[in-house]
Design a binder for this molecule. Structure first.
Ligand SMILES: Cc1cc2nc3c(=O)[nH]c(=O)nc-3n(C[C@H](O)[C@H](O)[C@H](O)COP(=O)(O)OP(=O)(O)OC[C@H]3O[C@@H](n4cnc5c(N)ncnc54)[C@H](O)[C@@H]3O)c2cc1C
Length: 377
């Protein structure tokens, strides 16, 4: 029923055209958020006590996938509010933090960004240097983050930081920061090749005074942050399923309409094989991603299943959009058609949320049952 209502909404709201418009202008229509909220799409996985829907992750994954068939930007708010950093607050935050953030997320007024990456530490997350110093009645935050999705636009920020000077992952926790806090500012907007319309920039923390009650994850509990992030990885994979599904639908339609040598190009066996391969790879990715999400239920997914699903879906979406572009011939390269946009958008997911290499390192360590240090001896 949910997917049917999203398909109806896509027709009614003209999502296919809207996707071109968002890509062209970089602007997301604000009124759509209210419509999503009315349909219960925002925060459907969050606690009902605070206005959420108590749904499992799989339901949100399916909704994200359906919307991302048109554009990941159309799915972005449903992604952020169900599998984004707000889940850290929903699962591990204090009652006061939940009260301050979750009801607003569910009605579209609030959104929460996850802030891990720094100019000098991306994959090597545990080397991060953003730090909070204990000042007795409060904490003092200093540092810089980069590539933060939603930055400048989001109302709240879950900032991964080091508690004191101690090195290593054991000293890493997270604090909740509200936009507008003194000493907290934003860098210039990133210019990405795709995902146009997605706000992203640096965060700058210059002697930001953080009340003690804003600590979400204390030092010593870094694993809670990373486990919750695996839910976000399932959302990233759902974006890939959606974009690839959209590309497949476009390719199927185009090949029945476009003629060459006096016949529709779908009658050429090479085109049929390409379309069959696209469908096969997409279906395989779906099974892996749905497995990770359904085994998570309302809780956390297995690290192995989430990493495997993301890695496979990230590679699949690049292949499928590339093949679909080829099938469109010269029109695949033209902005009049959606394929060049889909191929640009497809590239982001294998870096965002952890690169393909880092995912494989995680999978290998689970397979061998031991950690492989990446640092020099
Ligand atoms: C669209 C987009 C959205 C993003 N959104 C967010 C966000 O909301 N919040 C946030 O915190 N971050 C976000 N990021 C940042 C993203 O998480 C990082 O870019 C990513 O983790 C990689 O870090 P890096 O760019 O510093 O690359 P690096 O870590 O410098 O890596 C460079 C290359 O080296 C490879 N590499 C590094 N170490 C190893 C190793 N041990 N073995 C093999 N290969 C290795 C990497 O895989 C990569 O190919 C986003 C990025 C993008 C592109």
């Amino acid at each position: 029923m949910l997917l049917d209502s999203l398909k109806d909404m896509a027709k009614r709201e003209g999502f296919r055209d809207l996707a071109f418009e968002i890509d062209r202008t970089g602007e997301f229509p604000a009124d759509l958020l209210g419509k999503f909220a009315k349909m219960g799409l925002l925060g459907m996985t969050l606690s009902s006590q605070f206005g959420g829907g108590d749904e499992d992750s799989l339901t949100a994954i399916l909704a994200i996938e359906e919307l991302a068939k048109h554009s990941p930007m159309i799915a972005a708010a449903v992604f952020e509010s169900n599998v984004g950093a707000v889940r850290v607050i929903d699962m591990f935050g204090t009652e006061a933090q939940k009260e301050a953030v979750i009801p607003g997320v569910c009605n579209g007024e609030n959104s929460v960004s996850v802030c891990m990456t720094e100019p000098e530490s991306g994959s090597d997350l545990t080397s991060l240097t953003t730090v909070v110093e204990d000042k007795g009645d409060h904490l003092l935050l200093n540092g810089r983050k980069c590539f933060i999705t939603g930055a400048g636009h989001a109302s709240h920020y879950v900032v991964y930081c080091r508690f004191g000077e101690e090195k290593g992952y054991k000293a890493i926790g997270a604090v909740l920061l509200e936009k507008g806090t003194e000493g907290f500012s934003f860098g210039k907007q990133e210019e990405f090749m795709g995902l146009r319309g997605m706000p992203s920039c640096d965060l700058i923390f210059d002697n930001v005074c953080v009340p003690r009650e804003n600590v979400v994850i204390n030092k010593g509990d870094f694993s809670k942050l990373m486990l919750t992030f695996d839910i976000e990885r399932c959302g990233n994979s759902a974006m890939c399923l959606g974009v690839a599904g959209g590309a497949l639908e476009e390719a199927k339609k185009y090949t029945t309409e476009r003629k060459a040598f006096g016949r529709p190009i779908c009658e050429f066996q090479d085109i049929q094989f390409k379309v069959a391969d696209m469908a096969m790879k997409l279906d395989a990715a779906k099974l892996l991603v749905y497995r990770a999400a359904s085994n998570a239920g309302q809780g956390l997914p297995s690290i192995y299943e989430a990493s495997l699903g993301k890695c496979f879906a990230n590679e699949m979406v690049k292949e499928v959009t590339d093949t679909a572009m080829q099938i469109f011939g010269g029109y695949g390269y033209s902005k009049e058609f959606p394929l060049e946009r889909m191929a640009r958008d497809a590239r982001a997911w294998s870096v965002a949320g952890g690169t393909l290499q880092m995912l494989r390192i995680t999978m290998a360590s689970m397979i061998y049952g031991r950690r492989f240090s990446q640092r020099p001896d």
